[in-house]
Design a protein around this ligand. Structure first.
Ligand code: NAD
Length: 292
């Protein structure tokens, strides 16, 4: 039978994920601090709640899709947070990209009161969310993963249990490191092509047909070339992810020189007011250093 879902965080990703849960026949009660965000999915059939505790009460599963670690902690531990009235199904799944260390602490806290916690960050961007085609990488107990899996199936196509609590976030951070450095590589190639007078759309199409092809070149390349900065995945969210990557690597004594270099370029982009723009706006760093 279909389940009952509590969903907290109805932003760029969350709104699409909620639509797909509804589409799959689940009942979804939602909360976001933005009333407009709630109203948007209520029109699609979700039930609006006053706070996370209200949204969770009768749910089989509570899902969070929030910007960063402190937001997830606030939704779980806050005054009207999920711990005030844990879901009837005793299962909380965070699908945001947050600190793996904090994930393991939350997991241990919840375990003491008989609530399972799964970290299940995603890859695939707003389009992957819209098409229910996300890659979902989950950490936690196999039994809890099995309970969450039918709900993941409504949102993603590649659903993988990657290990114990926190392992989902570790895999996601590896993903983000590659995305960040790949975006930088594309910016660098486009800057060189532009300086040589090559047509950039032609350059992109040729590269997509060879061994330099990538998701980023395919999906972000057009906006980069057109100078369209509208956000799907924001610069400030990537900076958050690169910070999490660095913290994780430092704790394990793993040097990441490529990540360090690209992080400094993202800091430059944010310092030039691009934090709310999409990741393709990293190209503007190259505009500046190539005097364009
Ligand atoms: P977003 O900022 O668009 O959405 C976050 C939502 O959370 C907003 O609607 C905000 O109002 C809400 N929120 C913040 N604090 C809250 C609180 N205390 N209680 C209730 N609601 C609260 O972010 P997004 O792009 O949807 O990303 C969400 C997460 O997913 C982030 O961790 C991000 O790194 C990750 N992610 C994003 C993408 C992408 O392409 N956008 C892809 C994969 C993963």
């Amino acid at each position: 039978g279909k389940g009952s879902v509590c969903f907290i965080g109805i932003g760029t990703m969350g709104r699409e994920m909620v639509r797909n849960l509804l589409q799959a026949g689940h009942a979804v009660s939602v909360f976001d601090i933005s009333e407009a965000a709630v109203a948007d999915v209520v029109k699609a059939g979700a039930l609006g709640a006053q706070n996370p505790a209200d949204a969770a009460r009768n749910a089989d599963i509570a899902i969070t899709m929030l910007p960063d670690t402190p937001h997830v902690e606030a939704v779980i531990y806050g005054e009207q947070g999920l711990l005030k009235s844990p879901p009837a199904g005793r299962l909380i799944v965070d699908m945001s990209t947050i600190s793996p260390v904090v994930v393991r602490r939350i997991h241990a806290d919840l375990r003491r009161i008989g609530v399972s916690f799964i970290d299940a960050p995603v890859s695939g961007g707003p389009l992957g969310a819209k098409n229910a085609a996300l890659s979902i990488m989950a950490g936690g107990e196999p039994e809890a993963f099995a309970k969450a899996e039918p709900f993941f199936q409504a949102m993603g196509t590649t659903i993988t249990h990657v290990g114990a609590s926190g392992a989902g976030q570790t895999v996601k951070l590896c993903n983000q490191l590659i995305c960040g450095i790949n975006i930088q590589a594309i910016c660098e190639a486009l800057a060189l092509g532009r300086a040589s007078g090559v047509d950039l759309e032609l350059l992109r199409r040729v590269l997509l047909g060879g061994s330099a092809a990538s998701w980023m070149l395919d999906k972000l390349g057009p906006a980069m070339i057109a100078g369209d900065a509208a956000a799907g995945f924001r610069i400030d969210l990537m900076l958050k992810d690169l910070r999490l990557v660095q913290e994780h690597a430092q704790a394990l004594n793993v040097p990441l020189p490529g990540t360090a270099l690209v992080t400094s370029q993202y800091v430059d982009a944010r310092a030039h007011g691009e934090g709310a723009n999409g990741n393709q706006a990293l190209f503007r760093v190259y505009d500046r250093i190539t005097n364009q």
